[in-house]
Design a binder for this molecule. Sequence first.
Ligand SMILES: Nc1nc2c(c(=O)[nH]1)N[C@H]1C(S)=C(S)[C@@H](COP(=O)(O)OP(=O)(O)OC[C@H]3O[C@@H](n4cnc5c(=O)[nH]c(N)nc54)[C@H](O)[C@@H]3O)O[C@H]1N2
Ligand SMILES: Nc1nc2c(c(=O)[nH]1)N[C@H]1C(S)=C(S)[C@@H](COP(=O)(O)OP(=O)(O)OC[C@H]3O[C@@H](n4cnc5c(=O)[nH]c(N)nc54)[C@H](O)[C@@H]3O)O[C@H]1N2
Ligand code: SF4
Ligand SMILES: [Mo]
Length: 696
Amino acid sequence: MKKSVYGICGMCTVRCPMMSVVEDGNLLTIHGNPHAGGIKGSLCARGAAGMALVNDDERPQFPMIRTGERGEGKWRRATWDEALTYVAEKLSKIKAEYGAKSILLSDRGGPFREIYRAFLRGLGTPNYCNHDSACARNVQHAALSVFGFGRKTVSYDLKNAKHVVLQTRNIFEAINVKEVNDLLDAKATGCKITCIDVRASVTAAKADNFFLIRPGTDYAFNLAVIHELVTKGLYDKEFVEKWFHDFETLATFIAPYTPAWAEAETGVPAASIEKLAVQLSEAAPSVIWHPGWMTARYSDSFYMSRTAYIINALLGAIGAKGGLPLANGPGDVGKKGIKDLMAIYPKPEEQRVDGAGWMQERSHFEAGPGLVNLAYEAIATGKPYPIKAYIAHRHDPLMAFPDPKDVKSLWEKLDLLVAVTFSWSDTAWHADVVLPLSPYLERESTIATKKGGNPFFFVRKRTVEPRFDTKAEWEIYCGLAKKMGLDKLAFDSIEDIWKYQLDGTGYTIEDFEKTGMVTLGAGALCREPDEKTFKTPSGKIEMVCAKLEKDGVPSLAPYVSPERPPEGKFRITFGRCGVHTQGHTVNNPLLNSQMSENLVWINAAVAEKLGIADGQYVEVATANYSGRIKAFVTPFIHPEAVFMVHGFGHTLPVESRARGKGVADNELMTQGIRKWDKGGGAVAMQEHFVEIRTAS
Ligand SMILES: Nc1nc2c(c(=O)[nH]1)N[C@H]1C(S)=C(S)[C@@H](COP(=O)(O)OP(=O)(O)OC[C@H]3O[C@@H](n4cnc5c(=O)[nH]c(N)nc54)[C@H](O)[C@@H]3O)O[C@H]1N2
Ligand SMILES: Nc1nc2c(c(=O)[nH]1)N[C@H]1C(S)=C(S)[C@@H](COP(=O)(O)OP(=O)(O)OC[C@H]3O[C@@H](n4cnc5c(=O)[nH]c(N)nc54)[C@H](O)[C@@H]3O)O[C@H]1N2
Ligand code: SF4
Ligand SMILES: [Mo]
């Protein structure tokens, strides 16, 4: 008999609600969850390729323990009992010798973290980190510095927006299905789209305004927009009066940053900037100036995001329909949230190894997920204390951070390196132990909450049984907990975990049966600000953030012009494509057949000078690395930049489809993990220049 199983897509971090159809234990089709708002029953191409992941043999199939040197690729097969015992004994030994705090775990963030964060607490280490210093940390810290709350406290009401500005945000290729649908719906009813990019992306093709900007000058652009809004009186005076703490300080600061000044920096005509400011004020408050997502790019990306938030606030868009309304959590709609698994154990009292939240110059950084790049520094230096064990869970730092050789050198003093993953990755290949995770269709998840206009609980059910000897997260960590005497976390079944989580909410797991989710606030709307909204010292939106200033970081930083590339060199820029997720789908048979290698975009006039033709193989090189890649010659990229899709250039022998195709952009960023931003905390990955030569 055919039946529907509800789940959550696991092909990227967006985690769209999905539904599978199975018959006699066999997977027939996968779809978007038809009951979930916004996704319209669809998955994107990557989501649809989830079945190919299950069917793929080129993934870790059983636990493995290293027998050769790190990265040599010599393994022995282990049983789960053996592998978990091995890890548990190593962790116990390290804990006894160096203290629990010498154990570090990093992940990719997301809604299903509680189980291993509870495990870390049970061990007694404060050192949980996410990957975000390679992604959105600048945006997060920008939101915290302006509003006192994090970036996810507001949502983007794209569906009702009248003007959306996408700056460093390729919304139609770096996909979130609901966001894409919402924006296309809004566009159909007249919403204007402005795209600011260093090249013409698919988003640029759908935009009403497209500004091809000089790489690294977005902060100048934004300062000029603020200048226009303020000096021409185009801002929302009532909102500013009510919610800004120190508007005058901003007005004084932006005086020199005129559109004519910005034209010289950005290459965008002053008249266009002036016109954009007027268009925005006409559409206000139903305006979204996207603060960016992947903004680990420049040493001033933090300020680009800060000014984006300030522009939204000047236009009265914070809390507005069609703007950035405040997302509801269960409490906002009169419901009780799920019981936190982390509450099983107390928060460790030790200070974080990365210094986030306490160390001089780092006290303004959010302590929760810290800054993993700084934890690596501690591995190498032993300061403020040594880190000896590292679990990379759903994280491939050797692909996600610049210069894998350099990152490996930072890890040399580790006594234990464990990878928990469903695909091969450079990090898994370098690990001491690989604990293979079942792909998302073969495992269930803990229950999570999605905030928004209508907050809901959601859960992933197991669709099919694992093909290989792989396990779910909860099985791995509850298994380790059992071996290490953490009895309260040693759940025997996922049902017991769900029961714990739902305790006190008034719901049971049966309530998820019909639609895969439990909607908490039918009819609830997004909220406007009130006196409790802004978690700043003044309770208002602040231009000058005391926490930043205390750490010696200026809140309103004078603009510094980015270096022009030396003669014959280009600034490396990168981004996503519609059919791959980071580095981990390149070997997926279906997606590989759609795009098996990346190209290097190069400006047509520049290419002509270098004698490079479209489609020709070229060498892209730094002093330390060179790779062979096909050129995509186009007038639609800024002449100072070259662009590559991230995630290619795989080298592992276990990935036959991905191996040797294209170039890894992170190889071109020599010692780049050491270039991190003191304000926003993210690594500045586009502060590197490369050479392009015709390949022999
Ligand atoms: N298909 C797909 N979708 C994804 C992902 C994926 O891997 N694949 N990953 C998800 C994740 S983790 C993230 S973080 C988001 C990322 O979402 P985005 O940040 O929107 O995606 P990117 O493609 O990294 O970058 C957006 C654009 O920034 C441009 N850009 C580069 N340098 C500059 C600059 O100096 N100024 C300006 N104005 N633009 C510049 C690039 O050309 C690119 O078009 O996507 C998410 N969605
Ligand atoms: N040079 C350069 N560096 C970049 C980027 C870039 O464009 N250029 N992009 C940056 C961005 S935006 C991001 S988000 C990061 C992404 O890089 P990471 O944070 O490392 O995330 P992913 O590559 O999505 O996944 C990491 C690993 O986890 C595995 N995995 C996937 N899903 C799961 C899961 O549910 N559970 C477990 N246990 N494992 C899973 C994958 O197979 C993969 O091996 O890279 C960043 N680094
Ligand atoms: S955006 Fe695509 S890959 Fe990501 S969760 Fe949704 S359907 Fe899956
Ligand atoms: Mo990201």
